[in-house]
Design a protein around this ligand. Structure first.
Ligand code: NAD
Ligand code: WQD
Length: 345
């Protein structure tokens, strides 16, 4: 029998890509999303890619009543992949209570449901943000977690602690936290991808929107960092590679191959790329020159960070397959798709 997996935030950016991979690997999935930051049509597009349109339940997982109703109706769930969260770092500074409420109440509700409805496992979307500016690079999983700079980052740290504490005493539940570095790009079909609300905070959507002419120019936040070209360094990984890691994590839990009740993995390429190198990559794959100006540093920015993914390589048998240019190319294809789609609607 196919294993049933619940994907919260399933019409969102990473959730939708993971849904595709899960279906293609033979899992039976149900998406839950309140469509706060995504659109229901994404479920149809997942169906178009895979040939199987997953059911989508539209509700807020902070709503315990609705969540209980859902789990009473849907039995024999093997795992929850928990992507649903608010994720805009800047916004979280101005709306801390909304962020703590949405990101933590949702998680607590799910953990309680796991205990109550015998759901044995969870994969949690965590972030490299928990490391702050690491003293040593590349970052291993046992690098110290630093005090969070934003309420968003804090929700990931607290979220991980809640899961660690819960899985240490509730014997019938186990979890894996995946600390993503910087996911970029889109599915090669270019019909699902990242959908930023308003002006993007993140670099790659800002680059692709500038390339398309929606933004006049890109502001590069600082070129006086202690890095080879003076701009910040990140570890950009293709979202499809990231999605595939989730399938492996799910299988590890469902097939009881996990070593401990709670495990943490870094998911990155292991390679640092500067902001200017990211711009050059876009220019290479699109043939479009990006107009940019150097501005002051963005408050709270980390100078440089990239992953040591060797633990995930070894334990999960996972590594990234796509190059920066390949990922950037799909980000560009997606940008063009979504703009044409919006124009024709
Ligand atoms: P996203 O905003 O595209 O997807 C999240 C989805 O969750 C959205 O569709 C939204 O509508 C839904 N959602 C939010 N709160 C909900 C709630 N209470 N009930 C039901 N649905 C709700 O974000 P994403 O980029 O796909 O990120 C997924 C997860 O990965 C998040 O937890 C995020 O913090 C984490 N993460 C993302 C990145 C990144 O760069 N994108 C990096 C590290 C970690
Ligand atoms: C990358 C670099 C910017 C926009 C975010 C979250 C973090 C985690 C990963 C979720 C930085 C520069 C950006 C622009 C620029 N996500 N930049 N001009 O900083 O790694 O962090 O994603 O958990 O929590 O904060 O990614 O894409 O915002 O920025 O120069 O218009 O690009 O200064 O150096 P970051 P990012």
């Amino acid at each position: 029998m196919k294993k049933k997996i619940i994907v919260t935030g399933g019409t969102g950016y990473i959730g939708s890509h993971t849904a595709v991979e899960l279906i293609e690997e033979g899992f039976d999935i149900i998406l839950i999303d309140n469509l706060y930051n995504s659109e229901a049509v994404v479920a149809e597009r997942i169906g178009k890619i895979t040939g199987t349109k997953p059911p989508l339940e539209v509700f807020d997982i902070c709503d315990k009543l609705k969540l209980n109703r859902f789990f009473k109706k849907n039995k024999d769930i093997a795992a929850i992949m928990h992507f649903a969260a608010y994720k805009a770092v800047g916004e979280s500074v101005n709306k801390p209570i909304e962020y703590y409420r949405n990101n933590l109440v949702s998680l607590i509700n799910l953990l309680e449901a796991m205990n109550q409805y015998n759901i044995p496992s969870m994969v949690f979307s965590s972030s490299c943000t928990v490391y702050g500016q690491p003293e040593k690079l590349p970052v291993k999983e046992d690098s110290p977690v630093q005090p969070a700079i934003s309420p968003y980052g804090n929700t990931k740290q607290i979220g991980e602690e809640i899961i660690r504490d819960a899985t240490s005493v509730i014997q019938n539940i186990k979890a894996i936290s995946l600390r993503y570095f910087n996911p970029i790009g889109a599915h090669p079909s270019a019909i699902i991808g990242e959908l930023p609300r308003g002006v993007p905070e993140n670099l790659v959507p800002y680059i692709t929107q500038t390339g398309y002419g929606i933004r006049d120019e890109l502001k590069v936040f600082g070129n006086d960092y202690n890095t080879p070209d003076g701009t910040c360094i990140r570890d950009f990984l293709h979202v499809v590679d990231l999605a595939k890691a989730h399938v492996i994590a799910a299988r590890r839990l469902v097939e009881n191959k996990n070593r401990k009740n709670y495990e943490v993995f870094n998911l990155g390429t292991g390679k640092g790329v500067s902001v200017l190198e990211a711009i050059q990559s876009f220019e290479r794959v699109s043939g479009i020159k990006i107009k940019y100006t150097i501005k002051g540093r963005r408050p709270g920015d980390i100078e440089k960070i990239w992953a040591d993914p060797s633990y995930a390589n070894r334990e999960l048998g996972w590594k990234t397959m796509s190059s920066l240019d390949e990922a950037m190319k799909t980000a560009w294809e997606w940008e063009k798709y979504i703009r044409k789609k919006n124009l024709s609607e």
